[in-house]
Design a protein around this ligand. Structure first.
Ligand code: ATP
Ligand code: MG
Length: 576
């Protein structure tokens, strides 16, 4: 490829709407161009990277025994009604109507379509196990599209679905996919951590995510992990053993009574006022789950993890209640307390869930829905209504102890590039997707699903490989391997050597760009670093002594070699 002909435009500055490194770099280096919010053109450089990732994914999925197909991007409402997700999926599902008023949606994922397809084809146990996958654009009307390709609305995904006749079969395929994923990300030059995770809207029981660990804002997930054993989990699923804490308030309160606690709107203010630790306060938080209020009770020195709470009440959408919503709830129940003084008493009919930490609490402090007052010395069942649901609602904190080995847990940020789920019969049962077993009896398929964000993986690779000058693509997914830069295109010798190297490297199977633009060398070097070619060969004045300058982008190492030596080295590193 000649640089003068390449359909690329590098920018002088980072675009103003770009917050994270990968978005900044990919936009500035001319890999992506935004069309509208969360929707990007993949320019030729980007498309080469994406195709390389796709091919690695394809090779490893095929090797693992999966079969590729391609399902439609536009999907009919009826199948989503069969699975129950038409209502459950929420606003991320982009819904539309055709000219006959038939309601459709843009595919955000394909469980419904593949399950319907399987039930037409997989009639007998003899046809299983099967694993089917596709690589395709998805559309999700994300609440907050941001970070460029990391969280787009239209993005490329590999999604695979397995069909088995037993849980053992599913376990085996799940392990098989976990191994394939490890190979895929290794080959892409990406270090990943496989972490336990919540199964979310897709459902099912067991699931893991593959995280690229990063210390930047681009990591939207908190990952808790243990250095002493292999435990690691997304914060939405992580558990821990607590450090010892005072959970009995007996030494502070000799009887149960309602005290004046003026202006104690926050836990800190209440602790300060009563001179007590937060661990003897029972905190009441108001959430809105699927449009209905839910009270979450937890020891006040701990925080609620929203996904855990949502799962505990079987919801699909959760947020903290606004002060207006809290005021409305208070009015309905005949109270006028402001936030900071809310409690579970008198809340009949409202769903109340308590965290496991509440079980150990005695003689505690709790809000009683009266502004500027709290009950102290309170006890479960006696002073607050009996709690029907206890669940783990707690957000783990670094320093709490590993559930497996008891050592302190650490926390880091992660970008989820892929995940694997055991779906079981979550889709096959409601969609009546069955096969006949050995005894001629109809049984629902035992399913698994396995996703990889192809475009997100490309962006994550940039988050993991860059410096202040630009991208440092891992060789396996770089758009081109080498750029050859003649310093002065008017110099015949330089152009001749550059041209010869260009041809011979191309013939040897190296992907090479010749920067034949009539630009200052400095400009060309800047672009080469920004675009992130793994190798740069500069043909300048030293060619009169028989040498070119050879630069390795990853390490910034510079070598003086003859064109032949440089060519040999490149071929040996690149051509496998
Ligand atoms: P997230 O929690 O990040 O929203 P998800 O759990 O919704 O991800 P899946 O539905 O399982 O993700 O999709 C499979 C893969 O697709 C994810 O692991 C991720 O790599 C990618 N992906 C999901 N949403 C997006 C998006 N908005 N933009 C780019 N890639 C995405
Ligand atoms: Mg999502």
């Amino acid at each position: 490829m000649k640089m003068s002909k390449m359909f690329v435009q590098t920018l002088r500055e980072f675009p103003s709407d770009a917050e994270v490194v990968s978005h900044k770099m990919l936009a500035r280096a001319g890999f992506i161009k935004k069309l509208t919010s969360g929707v990007y053109n993949y320019m030729p450089l980007m498309w080469r990277v994406l195709k390389k990732i796709e091919n690695i994914v394809r090779e490893e999925m095929d090797k693992a025994g999966a079969q590729e197909l391609l399902m439609p991007f536009v999907q009919p409402k009826e199948l989503w009604e069969e699975s129950g997700r038409w209502d459950a999926y929420g606003k991320e599902l982009m819904r539309l109507k055709d000219r006959h008023d038939r309601v459709m949606c843009l595919g955000p994922t394909h469980e419904e379509i593949i399950t319907a397809l399987a039930r037409d084809v997989l009639k007998s146990y003899k046809q299983m196990p099967v694993n089917l996958y596709q690589i395709q654009s998805k559309f999700r009307d994300e609440v907050r599209p941001r970070y460029g390709l990391l969280r787009g609305r239209e993005f490329i995904m590999k999604d695979a679905y397995s069909f088995d006749t037993s849980q053992e079969g599913l376990n085996k395929e799940y392990e098989n996919m976990a191994r394939a994923y490890k190979r895929i990300f290794d080959r892409c030059g990406l270090a990943t951590k496989m972490v336990q995770s919540d199964s979310g809207a897709i459902g099912g029981s067991v699931s893991h995510e593959f995280m690229v660990i990063t210390d930047t804002d681009a990591g939207e997930n908190d990952v808790f992990y243990c250095d002493d054993c292999d435990y690691s989990a997304n914060s939405n699923h992580a558990v821990s053993k607590l450090l010892p804490a005072k959970t009995d308030g007996a030494e502070y309160f000799s009887k149960t009574e309602i005290l004046d606690t003026p202006n104690t709107h926050s836990i800190e203010e209440l602790c300060e006022f009563l001179k007590i630790p937060a661990s003897i306060i029972l905190k009441t938080l108001v959430y809105i789950v699927d449009k209905k209020p839910v009270l979450a009770l937890i020891r006040a020195d701990k925080a609620v993890e929203e996904t855990k709470l949502m799962n505990a009440v079987g919801g699909v959408d959760i947020r903290i209640a606004s002060s207006a919503e809290i005021a409305e709830l208070m009015e309905q129940k005949g109270f006028d307390a402001v936030p900071g003084f809310i409690g579970p008493n008198g809340m009949d009919g409202v769903t109340i869930v308590a965290d496991e930490t509440v079980k150990d609490m005695k003689n505690f402090v709790v809000g009683v829905n009266q502004t500027d007052k709290h009950m102290v010395g309170a006890n479960l069942d006696k002073d607050i209504p009996p709690i029907e649901t206890f669940a783990d609602l707690r957000l783990v904190e670094a320093g709490e102890l590993c559930p497996q080995c008891g050592k302190p847990l650490k926390v880091t940020k992660g970008i989820e590039v892929g995940n694997i789920f055991q779906l079981g019969t979550k889709y096959s049962k409601p969609m009546k997707a069955v096969y006949l077993d050995e005894n001629g009896k109809a049984q629902p398929y035992i399913m698994g699903c396995y996703g990889i964000g192809i475009s997100r993986t490309a962006a994550a690779a940039v988050e993991a490989h860059y410096d202040e000058h630009g991208i440092k693509w891992p060789i396996a997914i770089a758009p081109y391997h080498v750029v050859i830069v003649p310093v002065n295109i008017k110099d015949e010798v330089q152009m001749k050597v550059a041209g010869e190297m260009y041809e011979s490297l191309k013939n040897a199977g190296v992907e090479v760009v010749l920067d034949d633009r009539d630009e200052r060398a400095g400009v060309k070097f800047k672009d080469a670093d920004l675009i992130g070619f793994p190798f740069r060969v500069t043909v300048g004045k030293t060619i009169t002594e028989g040498f070119v300058e050879y630069k390795i982008r990853e390490t910034d190492e510079m070598l003086k070699l003859t064109p032949e030596e440089a060519g040999k080295d490149l071929v040996s590193r690149i051509v496998k």
